[in-house]
Design a protein around this ligand. Structure first.
Ligand SMILES: *[C@@H]1O[C@H](CO)[C@@H](O)[C@H](O)[C@H]1NC(C)=O
Ligand SMILES: *[C@@H]1O[C@H](CO)[C@@H](O)[C@H](O)[C@H]1NC(C)=O
Ligand SMILES: [Zn+2]
Length: 528
């Protein structure tokens, strides 16, 4: 397995002769960039704009004159404005991403990115992580997919080196902190992209388990893989139902990843369950008519869980335990595959009637969530907070569009403002969230329709044509995992938040985003 190495060279400018491209990112109405290192190159940008107005708003390449310049290739990427109501830190993300892509297209392999520092006017909470966002977007632009790294050694990296100069207000020490943080987040996102983006054969459930073992060998994350079919059937009956239709080489794995700090008291515990559907044919409710392509990306929730554990592994935060569970399964068709109408008893004892085999994500996760809840209680985990992370519904995409995750809380999580905390963190790090709420109707919708069953697992319209289509599965996860017994009215309230990343997991064709790793990192890992 070819581990991904981020080709970071330095967080300080060396001699210009070390680079074959300088990327200048500028922000309109911000003068701070006009002094400090690299600012003397701005005159070339201004001169260029005199002849090409478009360069005010689009990235461009400028060939610098030879006279005394040690660097000849300059890419300018304008970020636009950041001072109006609906501007946000994604201006930095977009400018950096486009700028690095332009530099790559020009053939650059040793890139120096000049990060615009912010003057006081914009140094608000909204933009306090703008430099981090710029670095992360630059890294994102040079990531190389696992399958390419494995197939072509010579293509294992898009560049030889990338460097950043960060100056102005930023102190050396804060640059060092940012470097660690950026590397940890990007290493986590690379793991998420490797797992989430790879094809259904390269990342079948057993292969995902192998990959994860390799990534966390010799690390502070403990890996436990459940692969025994009869054990899975007994402990995770809903996941086992989805698993029934698949051949041996695609059989389910439940992977547990545990991080505990090496010393000091633990104050809180994050328990994350990720949907890892390595391929979703829909099952016998088959995705017909050309809507199946792309369904290897249905494992991006589990991929994000593994990625976040990698970020945690690199940052080694104190005071927090993180338990990740990856529910890896393939939703196939075949003589043994589960079908609509079956009655299945979940781990919690709740009886389900299958309504639609394409609603397999909630099936894959629900017993694993129930299991983690039991573990947390049994092992007396300090302040547990439960999450499910999943590319769960088409409704999430239609409701908020691409690029946004949706988060919704149960009662105890709502009381702690968890959605708001994560949304604010996401806004700062260009990993945006919309907040939804789970309501009484969402539970009523799932109620059994006859005395045979407690719960009907799904209706038969696409989620995108079902009102409240992204909240209803969250209600299912609460009821069927038994978390409904741990609400605000119980003696042991357990906070739980469901995150639907169907919109934000990234484009196909294209590269997975690694959402919501940056937002979770800023929310929970004491980065400041
Ligand atoms: C999502 O973000 C990407 C990268 O910034 C952008 O190219 C794309 O247009 C965005 N999609 C939508 C629907 O805004
Ligand atoms: C949650 O937010 C509300 C409204 O802003 C505030 O009154 C409350 O104190 C917050 N609760 C916690 C636990 O932060
Ligand atoms: Zn499905």
């Amino acid at each position: 397995m070819e581990r991904y190495t981020i080709p970071l060279k330095a967080f300080a400018k060396g001699s210009y002769s070390e680079y074959d491209c300088l990327l200048l990112i500028t922000i309109a109405a911000n003068d701070s960039f006009k002094t400090g290192c690299c600012s003397h190159f701005l005159k070339y940008v201004e001169e260029h704009i005199e002849f090409d107005k478009r360069a005010e708003s689009e990235e461009c390449l400028i060939v610098l004159p030879e006279n005394g310049n040690q660097i000849r290739r300059l890419v300018h990427s304008p970020g636009g404005r950041i001072d109006r109501d609906f501007d946000d830190v994604r201006r930095f993300r977009d400018a950096a991403y486009r700028g690095v892509k332009r530099a790559l297209a020009a053939g650059a392999v040793n890139i120096l990115v000049a990060i615009p520092c912010l003057d006081k006017q914009f140094d608000t909470a909204d933009y306090s992580l703008a430099n981090l966002v710029t670095v992360l977007a630059s890294f994102e632009a040079i990531y190389v997919p696992l399958e390419i790294r494995e197939a072509f050694v010579e293509k294992a990296a898009k560049v030889n080196s990338i460097s950043f100069c960060n100056y102005g207000k930023s102190e050396e020490s804060s640059a060092a902190i940012m470097q660690n943080l950026a590397l940890a987040i990007e290493a986590g996102r690379a793991v998420a992209r490797d797992i989430g983006g790879s094809d259904p054969e390269r990342m079948s459930p057993p292969k995902v388990a192998e990959y994860v073992r390799s990534i966390f060998s010799d690390s502070s994350v403990k890996v436990q893989v459940f692969d025994d079919a009869s054990f899975i059937k007994q402990e995770f009956p809903c996941l086992a139902a989805v698993n029934r239709g698949s051949s041996q080489q695609h059989k389910a794995r439940v992977i547990l990843l545990t991080y505990e700090p090496s010393d000091g008291p633990i104050e809180k515990t994050l328990c994350l369950v990720g949907k890892g559907v390595c391929y979703d044919t829909g099952g016998h409710d088959i995705k017909a008519g050309g809507i199946m392509a792309g369904m290897h990306r249905d494992k991006c929730g589990a991929a994000a869980v593994a990625g976040f554990l990698q970020t945690v592994n690199l940052l080694k935060p104190k005071g927090i335990r993180v338990v990740g569970a990856m529910a890896m399964v393939r939703n196939s068709i075949g003589p043994d595959a589960y079908v609509a109408d079956e009655l299945i008893t979940a781990r919690s004892g709740v009886r389900l009637r299958i309504g639609n085999t394409d609603a397999e994500g909630r099936m894959a996760m629900v017993d694993v969530l129930c299991f983690l809840k039991e573990e947390a209680i049994k092992k007396k985990y300090e302040n547990p907070h439960f999450f499910t992370i999943a590319t769960l519904t088409g409704h999430a995409c239609i409701a908020v569009g691409d690029n946004y995750s949706i988060i919704m809380d149960n009662g105890p999580a709502r009381k702690k403002n968890i959605s708001q905390l994560i949304q604010q963190a996401g806004d700062r790090v260009a990993d945006p969230f919309e907040i939804s709420s789970i309501k009484r109707e969402d539970f009523e919708f799932n109620k059994g329709k006859s005395e045979y069953e407690d719960i009907l697992q799904s209706n038969n319209l696409p989620s995108s044509r079902t009102p409240r289509g992204h909240q209803i599965p969250a209600a299912f996860l609460i009821t069927v995992s038994g978390l409904d017994k741990y609400g605000l009215d119980s003696s042991n309230p357990l906070p739980y938040s469901h995150i639907d990343i169907a919109g934000s997991s990234g484009p196909f064709p294209g590269i997975p985003s690694g959402a919501p790793i940056p937002a979770l990192t800023v929310s929970f890992l004491n980065i400041e």
